[in-house]
Write a protein that binds this ligand. Sequence first.
Ligand SMILES: *Cc1c(COP(=O)(O)O)cnc(C)c1O
Length: 361
Amino acid sequence: MAVPLFDTAATLAPLRGELRAAIERVLDSERFVLGPEVEMFERELAAYTGAAHGVGVANGTDAITIALRAIGVGPGDEVVVPSFTFYASAEAIPPTGATPVFCDVDPATFCVTAETVRAALTPRTKAVVVVHLFGNVAPVAEIEALGVPVLEDAAQALGSNSGAGRAGALGTAATVSFYPSKNLGCFGDGGMILTSDERVAEQARILRFHGSRDKVDYEQLGYNSRLDELQAAVLRVQLPHLDAWANGRREAARHYERAGLGELVALPRPVPDCSPAWHLYVVSDARPQRLEAALGAAGIGFKPYYRTPVHRQPPMRVWPPAGELPGTEQAAARHLAIPMSPVLSREQAEQVVAAVRAAAG
Ligand SMILES: *Cc1c(COP(=O)(O)O)cnc(C)c1O
């Protein structure tokens, strides 16, 4: 039996009736962009994470650019960002006028640490984009203690908790993506900025609509970056299930542990005091190509997501890191995502582990 890398269809199957009704409701309302569904979803997701405000935008990449500008980042500033992440975490920085400064990660957690961020700070650092990669939760308080504002890129971490609260409510602001494969996915593109800072929320609201408060006067150059009513309605149906799905992901990780996966490859290590809702389950091995061959032959999904770290992608080479990034190089060379979803069963996990064992043996 094939095991898919992720399984959104099976996860959403029980909600199909409710999802159809929500779509009908929007059709009947004849409001399609930034209406009541978006306003209610902004409140509901903010309340879920513990942030005071939510500002719906077009996608998770715009959310980062707009949040950085709302925090006050602009030309001449530097923004620290890990190089081992999805490209968009860094790509969203230059449009603010600031330059990305790449920092390292801990290859065991795949996240930045206070030490890796400190090494990249300069007098021009205006903010740090802290990526909660794969659903792990980076140590935001320790990084804020360095004296620099933190923007959490929580695109992969909705449903994840830390001792200090939920991912999305730990920094000055946070951004999330509702791309269909994320932990909370819509049926197209969508994103949100979360913050408890009233001024940041207000700035983000202005920036997402062409830099205007009232569609009459335009006070700054902004964006057309809005969440639409259909996506918000679909997301409102799903949000009450996010915790159960996050627990399903944690259970899937336990299935892998119980089946002995940790004896064969390095498992992703949760950051201390954190309970990840694994968005992706990413193991590490000195020879991942050997695993890829075995998993492929067994019909099991896998993906090396970030073999080339962001700082070595051609458009980013104009901003070379100041020093070596050994954790990034190790993570890039060794990581491999294996199947993960809220509905991954014990049998499926055992099948994956059997294929990995065959490759190791
Ligand atoms: C998906 C993702 C984004 C971008 O979100 P989009 O909605 O696709 O623009 C940014 N950062 C990380 C870590 C992501 O996984």
